[in-house]
Every structure is written in structure tokens, then in C-alpha cells.
Design a protein around this ligand. Structure first.
Ligand code: BTN
Length: 261
């Protein structure tokens, strides 16, 4: 870490403390190291990450000043099962914020990738830390590609950034602020019912997979079907012909039949 400064983002709980670092290994790990002194809603933003972490054990390329690399801590009064749904709440909030700021037709690839024009713009990695079988805290990590024009070879055909999509004048802290305000609203609705009943319609409006044939990779066998939406637990509804089955987020990836989306 080369420097660290703190600013106040005036919200109800999001950004009650905001730590901005030039470099760290991973903002998710930074939150874990600081967890003992961080309140619900504290945010860490880094200009670069040397060991950015992605879902399913992958790494997350986080070059200096090319993206929003941010994590925040949540201390919700929810069971571990209910906390799993928070990752979709983060995706919904980020989608609403980035659509408002950029005007791009950003969609959600279930459960929590943000896509635009068929390519991945943003990913979310939510980690749960438990103590005595109860949720101690949640770390929600958000990566948004802002100005990257050349991606590493393995993701160059499936990744995009706001700059690649033609957005100019990108204000990183404005994204943090608008996102935080949507998140507070959606988080409150999620916590009120402990499920997606109040958010489902909004989420499905942005669901890129809706009505499309998809492959579910990572379960015991590869499944194919038409994605028809989500249920109130945030599970993907898959029409496999003779029945509708539900897919739980976690160790699975969903792909289009002919490509990433
Ligand atoms: C994914 O694989 O789609 C999830 C990517 C999550 C990346 C973000 S960047 C900020 C935070 N810190 C990390 O190490 N990962 C998340």
C-alpha cells in the first residue's frame, strides 16, 4: 500500500467509511484484514490489484486506473442461505447505476455478471465469513472494466469496458455513489422479505438470459434449457422441456448456446 485516504460518502450506511488505496492484493482481502474495525457499509476502493480474485477460483485482471476495483462489508441480520442472494442484489444495483450513468443497455447474465453487447463489463465476487455457524460478515467485491482497451488473450473475445463501448468522461467516484444509493434501496427491500419477491420483476427486466436457450456448466451433468426468469430465492428457472428446474447460484456458470451470452 502506497497511500490511503478516506472520504465520506453521505448515505445511510454505504460508504460510512471509504478507504481509497493506490494498490492492494485484492480489495476483498483488504476488507477481511480490516474487518474488526469496519462498520456495515464500509468501502475499500483500490486503483490496482496485484491478485484480483474472480469467481470459481479464477483471477481478475485489475490494471492500474483501468477499472473500478471495490469491495464493501455487510453485516446483515440474515441466515447464511439468505445472504447468498445478496450477490444478485449487488448485480441489480450496479446495473441500475451504470445504466443511469452511461445510458448503455447493460444487462445481467445470471447470477451476477454485467454484460453489454454480448461481452462482460463487470463481475461480482461475494464471500461470506461465518462464526459459530452464523454470518459474521459478507464481503461484496465489484470489478467494473472502465477504460481497458486491450484485454488479456484468454478474455479478449468476451470482455469489454465502458471506454470500448464508447463512454467518455468516466467518473469512478460517481459510480460508487450512484451504486451505493441504489444498493441501499434494494438491500432494504431484500432484507424486508428475506427474498427476491420485491426485486424479482426489476431483476428480470435486465436478465439477458430470459427466453434464451442456455447451457449450465459445472453441475454434475451439463444441462440445457430455456431460461425463463428467477424465483423468489434468486434461483434461475430453466425450462428443460418436460419440466421447470431451478438452478442455484454457486459453483455453476451459465452460457449461451453459441457463445458467452
Ligand atoms: C468474477 O469472476 O466475475 C468476479 C470478479 C470480481 C472482481 C472484483 S474486483 C474487486 C474485488 N476484489 C477482488 O479481488 N475481486 C473483486
Amino acid at each position: 500500500m502506497f497511500f490511503q485516504f478516506e472520504v465520506q460518502v453521505v448515505m445511510d450506511f454505504m460508504g460510512s467509511r471509504l478507504i481509497h488505496m493506490e494498490e492492494t492484493d485484492s480489495t476483498n482481502e483488504e476488507i477481511k484484514r480490516l474487518s474488526a474495525v469496519l462498520h456495515h457499509g464500509s468501502i475499500v476502493v483500490a486503483d490496482s490489484q496485484s491478485m484480483g480474485k474472480g469467481r470459481l477460483g479464477r483471477n481478475w485482471s485489475s490494471p492500474k486506473d483501468e477499472g473500478l476495483w471495490m469491495s464493501f462489508i455487510l453485516r446483515p441480520e440474515l441466515s447464511p442461505e439468505k445472504c447468498a442472494g445478496l450477490t444478485l442484489v449487488v448485480a441489480l444495483s450496479l446495473t441500475a447505476a451504470l445504466r443511469e450513468i452511461t445510458g448503455l443497455d447493460i444487462k445481467i447474465k445470471w447470477p451476477n455478471d454485467l454484460v453489454v453487447n454480448g461481452c462482460k463489463l463487470s463481475g461480482i465476487l461475494t464471500e461470506m465469513v461465518t462464526r459459530d455457524m452464523e454470518v459474521d460478515y459478507i464481503v461484496a467485491g465489484v470489478g467494473v472494466n472502465l477504460t481497458t482497451m486491450d484485454f488479456p488473450a484468454d478474455i479478449k473475445d468476451t470482455a469489454t469496458s465502458l471506454s470500448k463501448e464508447g463512454v467518455i468522461d468516466i467518473d469512478k467516484m460517481k459510480i460508487v455513489k450512484v451504486f451505493s444509493s441504489y444498493f441501499e434501496k434494494y438491500f432494504e427491500q431484500y432484507v424486508k422479505t428475506g427474498d427476491f419477491s420485491l426485486l424479482r420483476e426489476e431483476y428480470e427486466k435486465y436478465l439477458v438470459n430470459c427466453g434464451k436457450e442456455v447451457r449450465v456448466i459445472g453441475s454434475a451433468e451439463e444441462l440445457r434449457g430455456i431460461a425463463t426468469g428467477i424465483n423468489s430465492d434468486g434461483e434461475l428457472l430453466l425450462d428443460v422441456g418436460d419440466k421447470i428446474i431451478t438452478i442455484r447460484a454457486g459453483e455453476v456458470s451459465v452460457r449461451g448456446i453459441y457463445g458467452y451470452v
